[in-house]
Design a protein around this ligand. Structure first.
Ligand code: DGL
Length: 266
């Protein structure tokens, strides 16, 4: 059983990637801390405290592997979670960094994420450990989270204008970027605008790396060989700390209706 946790609804983009790569005999349990979202604007200590409570909720339910789908929680709490839990804990930052280092031809990598993720410097550290000569430039794009939740996506004039402004600010920091890490659970929904507008702003195609998709490989590698595709369709159990709008917004993030949503207290 794999437990996936996020600050809210966004981690369902990571579940979506896992559903495609993890055998159906592996049960997925999701916890969205929707009562306390966003994590992206909170202090490191608060994010670490909330993350430990979320992890405890999932380990109490018997999960054998924990995926920290939230970039901000991965940035601030991964080391503490690994030190305190006896099960494997996989965050999204290292896989995203690895993916970016693998595809960047020019070695100029951009990272977009929440204020917390950007301030933490976690992507810079993770990329430097793999590709020490890479130039990494990060930029906080907080308005993309509410836009994605509102469903204002590709072609929406306001969403396009916000994406353009953030990418122009990023270009001012490093015009040579050839790779961009989507370092936030919500950004995959805006991938078409980010791809199109980054090509216009940088004057060439920029390779996008989705940290949520990148985490699927290390998760699959951590599974026992006995895991099989013996079920036609697995049930996804979702727990939330507040249920308002979760099912409606969540189905857009997951790409299918949610099976089971239960409100819990941590
Ligand atoms: N899940 C968060 C992340 O990936 C974005 C939403 C939030 O700020 O909590 O960083």
């Amino acid at each position: 059983m794999i437990g996936v946790f996020d600050s809210g609804v966004g981690g369902l983009t990571v579940v979506r990637a896992l559903l495609q790569s993890v055998p159906t005999s592996v049960e997925l349990v999701y916890l969205g801390d929707t009562a306390r979202v966003p994590y992206g604007s909170k202090s490191p200590a608060t994010v670490a405290r909330y993350s430990k409570m979320a992890a405890r909720f999932l380990t109490d339910r018997g999960v054998e592997l924990l995926v920290v789908a939230c970039n901000t929680a991965s940035a601030f709490a991964l080391d503490e979670l690994r030190a305190s839990l006896s099960i494997p804990v996989i965050g999204v930052i290292e896989p995203g960094a690895r993916g970016a280092a693998a595809v960047s031809a020019a070695g100029h990598i951009g990272v977009i994420g929440t204020l917390g993720t950007v301030r933490s410097g976690a992507y810079e550290r993770a990329i430097a450990a793999i590709a020490p000569v890479a130039v990494v430039t990060s930029h906080a794009c907080p308005l993309l989270v509410p836009l994605a939740e509102e469903g204002w996506l590709d072609g929406d004039p306001i969403a396009d204008a916000v994406v353009r402004r953030y990418l122009e600010e990023l270009r001012a920091k490093d015009p040579l970027l050839d790779t961009l890490v989507l370092g936030c659970t919500h950004y995959p929904l805006l991938k078409p605008n980010i791809a199109r507008i980054s090509e216009e702003v940088f004057g060439r195609a920029v390779t996008l790396v989705d940290s949520g998709e990148a985490v699927a490989a290390p998760v699959a590698a951590a599974l026992p060989a006995v895991a099989t595709d013996k079920l036609e369709r697995r049930l996804l159990r979702c727990f939330v700390t507040d249920e308002a709008r979760f099912a409606e917004v969540g189905s857009r993030f997951l790409g299918r209706p949610l099976d089971h949503v239960e409100k819990v207290d941590l």
